[in-house]
Design a protein around this ligand. Sequence first.
Ligand SMILES: [Zn+2]
Length: 203
Amino acid sequence: MASSIFDMRLSGGHPALELVNTLDSRRGRWGPDFLRSFDDVLAFVERLQLIDARGLASLRERAAVDPGKAEDALARLIELREAIYSLFLAEDTDTPYPHRALSTVAEIARVGRARQTLIKANQNFVWTFPFNDPADIVHLFALSATDLLTSRSDRRRVRECKGDNCGWLFLDRSKGGRRRWCSEASCGVHSRVKRFRAHDDDR
Ligand SMILES: [Zn+2]
């Protein structure tokens, strides 16, 4: 079982959903939470390869100079994470969108957009952040979430894994759109073993 940001599985299929899954369990039990410090946040974005080495170094330096700002960014990121979770859970359960969660995500994304600059990287133009403020990580994830909300022209759904002690979210890329588990190897197998045992008890 994963115990930290370094060994958690990345099976959400999208950065915004990987963020949601940094709270290990939302069904059966709650937690553990893998985002316990701003260092965890940096390790996480490094694993996801969302920020280049220069940006990471700059953020690390800023966090060392102003730990209060890093703490604030961690708290805001967790607030954003829970808002993203409730938005996509509403999608999976076909319940009305939680307005407060939507405005939290939209507001952070709006501030983030204003901080972005357009640069040329290799052959392409990309929008990027200055990464001179720990809050830019929060902005980055908010924009990632709004991308996911607005860009699924193929109607791919976000689903909640129904495994015991799971509740992770994932982008369902399966052909029939009926994927049930965040990971076939963990929650899928686990559930089959449990069903088999229950069947055994009946005899
Ligand atoms: Zn699962």
